[in-house]
Design a protein around this ligand. Structure first.
Ligand code: ASP
Ligand code: MG
Length: 408
């Protein structure tokens, strides 16, 4: 007998009909003798609808009340799913986050889970019941309702799986797994059978929005085997786990990209200690996140400094940088908000030379100009002009043979 936590996202519970399909799936697993805890999101579009209502009422909704409002979306689906389970003769009880209880800190709208009481859930499971828990929500020490940030149901599921010592946590969604890249950009993209937590983190943070990043971090930290699979089709999905020797020995597991990038350069900056801080300090103070940072070697007494930000922050960052430029007596500020970042990711690159040159050659053969390069242990990212995004992803996909099954 195994214990599974199943999580169903908004589209999987988007209608009464779909909730019935979920109930059938859960019943089948339960009938086979496994213990099943189900975490559900709100029906698709519901959380957005609630946010919209709040904003109609208040330009900046009071965060405590916003969480009271948003948590109702999941309360609807846990009740409906239990009813659907009862209809098919499966014993089940629903619990809100505070009923379980999922204890969080008090950071409304982005609370972090501190502890989960698992006794009640275990008691229900041992009595042969399915347990249905509302995703995305918790309760703080004072009894206030909190929510975990958008997409937070994934984190609820993983945290529950960790607390219950579940055998696997299944994230059922509208895709059938994690792909080598976005199939809308490269139709030859292939579903991966396995991927490591590290790789998944890189792919998720680079824009492959399959899972909430925090849930992957959590799963890695507590070693929860995580499986992403489709709620609509059969299949084993993609298992996210620790690196094993039998793992697909692909050099590169996937190609991620991010369209919403912009870059800013300040040239002729005096080459002195404290300059990077003087440039990036005000940017950080304005809550603008900086991604890649490149500083040139100074050939005279001055240097050039380039960094990337989210495209939405471009104008704000540029204005700040122009002030900094005057203050530092630097030469000028230039920028470009028509750039994208493309990254190749793979734990296999750690032990192999030549990955970067394969990447750069593939791009050069298509005459794609690389504007910036950054590397980490398992990732190489390049910034290119936006118009080359699709082409870059496709040539890299084929340069690393990602359309073919990796040799083991
Ligand atoms: N319903 C929440 C959202 O839309 C949480 C989730 O679906 O994971 O963000
Ligand atoms: Mg989601």
């Amino acid at each position: 007998m195994a214990l599974y936590v199943y999580k169903f996202g908004g589209t999987s519970v988007g209608t009464v009909e779909r909730i019935k399909v979920v109930a059938e799936k859960v019943k089948k697993a339960h009938d086979a003798g496994d213990q099943i805890v189900v975490v559900v999101s709100a029906m698709s579009g519901e959380t957005n609808r609630l946010v919209g209502l709040a904003k109609e009422m208040q330009a900046q909704p009071t965060e405590r009340e916003l969480d009271v409002l948003l948590s109702t979306g999941e309360q609807v689906t846990i009740a409906l799913l239990c009813m659907a389970l009862h209809n098919v003769g499966c014993e089940a009880s629903s619990y809100t986050g505070s009923q379980v209880k999922i204890l969080t800190d008090s950071s409304f709208t982005k609370a972090r889970i501190r502890d989960i009481e698992s006794a009640k859930v275990h008691a229900d499971l041992n009595a042969g019941k399915v347990v249905v828990v509302a995703g995305f929500q918790g309760v703080d020490e004072l009894g206030n309702i909190t929510t975990l940030g958008r997409g937070g149901s994934d984190t609820t599921a993983v945290a529950l799986a960790a607390a219950l010592k579940a055998d696997e946590c299944h994230i059922y969604t509208d895709v059938d797994g994690v792909y080598t890249t976005d199939p809308r950009v490269e139709p030859k993209a292939r579903k991966l059978d396995k991927i490591t937590f590290e790789e998944m983190l890189e792919l998720a943070s680079l824009g492959s929005k399959v899972l909430q990043i925090r849930s992957v971090e959590f799963a890695g930290k507590y070693n929860v085997a995580l499986r992403v699979l489709s709620s609509f089709t059969e299949g084993k999905g993609t298992l996210i786990t620790y690196e094993e020797s039998q793992m697909e020995s692909a050099l590169i597991s996937g190609i991620a990209f991010n369209r919403d990038e912009a870059k800013l350069t300040i040239t002729g900056v005096p080459d002195l200690p404290g300059i990077a801080f003087k440039i990036l300090g005000p940017i950080a103070d304005a809550n603008i996140e900086v991604d890649m940072i490149v500083q040139n070697i100074a050939d005279d007494e001055t240097t050039d400094f380039t960094f990337t930000v989210h495209r939405n922050d471009y104008q704000k960052a540029k204005a700040l940088l122009e002030n900094i430029c005057t203050e530092l007596g630097a030469r000028k500020v230039t920028g470009d908000d028509n750039i994208v970042k493309v990254s190749i990711v793979g734990v296999g690159m750690r032990s192999h030379a030549g990955i970067a040159s394969t990447m750069f050659k593939a791009l050069a053969d298509e005459r794609i100009n690389i504007r910036m390069i950054a590397t980490s242990e398992i990732k190489i990212s390049v910034v290119v002009d936006e118009k080359y995004l699709e082409l870059a992803v496709r040539v890299l996909h084929s340069a690393f043979n990602l359309d073919k099954q990796a040799n083991v």
